[in-house]
Ligand binder design. Structure first.
Ligand SMILES: [Zn+2]
Length: 261
């Protein structure tokens, strides 16, 4: 048995504007393993050395969690989360849970919000406070009361749902940071005055850069027991088509489906 590794899936062009300013994670021509090039659903995969990160975990499925954790590391870095800050995370799916964990490790006080109460148990085990989504106005009012100083200084949307995005922008404190992580093709109506009057930083998050992937590997190594419940279902490689169908057909039941050998 060789060295267990996690894969930073990104290869950038090195020439476009984001690449030249040190942000290859937003390269216009990047290639991701598993999306633009064939990924892990095969017995052998050749990967450039600089995309391979040794990881010390016994379970290969946990090594695979370095990728969702890396998105959370990127999000928390973009948000410049500080020790002791009050941070709201909208959405307790895998990415929301990972943001919760990384923000907790940075010493933030975290409130996680989701429609499903059952999903909030894992956030609570990470030391977060939790709230079941009850509607836009109620959630914004609760969060502004919860955070001292006129609202949380940082909030993350990990849903891509228009109401949650609107809540994030409305609840954040003046001079705060609103961070969009959830992917969506939806259009959202925002009150523009929220941006100007509060002078918000509205920040988007894509993939992570190389050093952040290294940080994510370390987060996984330190938090195996907290992260293990994110893997809700496992399938063998020979069951891959069934696994993909299952994940798509059961979005509320599934956290992460892992396909292994
Ligand atoms: Zn590029």
């Amino acid at each position: 048995m060789g060295q267990r590794v996690a894969l930073w899936p990104l290869q950038a062009c090195g020439e476009c504007y984001p690449c030249t300013v040190g942000r290859p994670n937003t390269c216009d021509a990047f290639e991701l393993i598993g999306i633009h090039v064939d990924g892990g659903l095969q017995e052998r995969l050749s990967v450039p050395e600089d995309q391979v990160y040794p990881i010390r975990v016994d379970d290969a499925a946990l090594a695979a969690l370095a990728e969702p954790v890396s998105i959370a590391v990127r999000a928390v870095n973009r948000a410049r989360v500080q020790r002791g800050e009050q941070v709201v995370v909208l959405g307790a799916g895998p990415i929301g849970q990972c943001i919760c964990l990384v923000a907790r490790e940075r010493g933030a006080r975290v409130l996680v919000i989701d429609l499903q109460e059952s999903r909030l148990e894992l956030s609570a085990s990470m030391g977060a406070e939790t709230l079941v989504w009850s509607g836009l106005d109620e959630v914004v009012a609760y969060c502004r009361r919860w955070a001292s100083g006129g609202g949380p200084p940082a909030a993350f949307d990990a849903t891509g749902a228009p109401a949650a995005v609107r809540a994030m922008v409305d609840m954040v404190a003046s001079a705060g940071r609103a961070v969009q992580v959830g992917m969506s093709g939806e259009e959202v109506t925002l009150r523009l005055g929220s941006l100007t009057e509060k002078e918000l930083d509205l920040l988007g998050v894509s993939c992570c850069n190389a050093s952040e992937f290294g940080q994510a590997v370390a987060v996984v190594e330190r938090n195996v027991e907290l992260l293990a419940p994110l893997i809700s279902h496992r399938f063998g490689l020979d069951q891959a088509p069934e696994a993909l169908r299952f994940a798509m057909d059961n979005p509320t039941e599934v956290m992460k489906v892992v396909i292994g050998g």
